[in-house]
Design a protein around this ligand. Structure first.
Ligand code: SF4
Length: 282
């Protein structure tokens, strides 16, 4: 079972929800932290053994001795990463999306597949017996999606394993790639006008992927009632409300998931999981 934890907006508490849900379930749980720009699950659940491997993307390699200056490659390239002149080929790897079209369009087989490192993948167990996988995009790299795909490729498909996908914020390609293929999506929001604005965007996006959704209201008690009114009007269940609490905020700032010091919440997260299971079966 794969459950995405997403939100239209950063800072709503997605990671806190993912980690506390994992700690409340404990057995056979894997967390995939897909926020490769800024992964932070491991700050709450440090890895005891960290296996690190590089993540590559395909980039073309040019053999200038075979090039006949047809310029088909630069004409095709959707990102204008190739410039061909009589003097030679200039290639800008940072803006290449690895589509491979230049290789196919070359009439003289002067282009081969090469690779370029984009980041790294971390994988390991944590002290409570939960597996964590996270990607880390190299500084200055603009394309995060290949790193997210590498993280998602590590998802366990064994029966009985719960895979929690901690998604990047927003509703653009990284979020869509992270949510794609899950069985259920939890949208974490806060009851403010900003929270509502970005929740609407997230709901529209996830509905287009035909994934069942439920909402968690974090920092309940601040703001207004508009998020609740919106969810009622859209028939979206609010599965859990986490109060605006100084204690929870202080624990988070110390790197302590709040269910570790407030054990009553573990049963609430387990109830949440049961409701999600029922939502998937419907
Ligand atoms: S692989 Fe695609 S994006 Fe990269 S240089 Fe070739 S055509 Fe352009």
């Amino acid at each position: 079972m794969k459950i995405a934890i997403a939100s239209g907006k950063g800072g709503t508490g997605k990671t806190s929800v993912a980690v506390n849900l994992a700690l409340s379930l404990r057995d056979s749980v894997q967390i995939l932290d897909c926020d490769a720009d800024e992964p932070n699950v491991h700050t709450l659940l440090p890895l005891t053994q960290d296996q690190i491997q590089p993540v590559f993307t395909m980039v073309p390699e040019f053999d200038e001795t075979k090039c006949t200056r047809s310029k088909n490659c630069s004409a095709f390239c959707p990102t204008h990463a190739i410039f061909v002149s009589d003097q030679g080929i200039t290639f800008f790897p940072e803006i290449c999306i690895g589509c491979g079209g230049c290789i196919l369009s070359c009439p003289s087989q002067a282009i081969q597949e090469g690779q370029r490192q984009l980041g790294v993948l971390h994988q390991g167990m944590t002290a409570p017996g939960i597996e964590v996988v996270y990607g880390e995009l190299d500084v200055g790299e603009p394309f995060v999606v290949p790193v997210i795909k590498a993280v998602k490729d590590q998802a366990k498909n064994s029966e009985g394993t719960v895979v929690l996908v901690d998604c990047p914020p927003g509703v653009s390609c990284p979020m869509v790639e992270s949510v794609h293929g899950v069985d259920y999506c939890l949208l974490v929001t806060e009851p403010t006008p900003f929270g509502l604005h970005d929740l609407r965007l997230a709901v529209d996006t996830v509905r287009q992927l035909n994934i069942p959704i439920g909402v968690i209201v974090n920092r309940a008690g601040i703001g207004d009632q508009q998020v609740f009114t919106y969810c009622a009007s859209e028939d979206i269940p609010i599965l859990l409300e986490i109060p605006h609490s100084r204690e929870i905020a202080e624990l988070f700032s110390e790197g302590i998931p709040f269910t570790q010091r407030m054990p009553d919440w573990q049963s609430k997260f387990r109830e949440l999981f049961q409701v999600i299971q029922e939502g998937i079966r419907k």
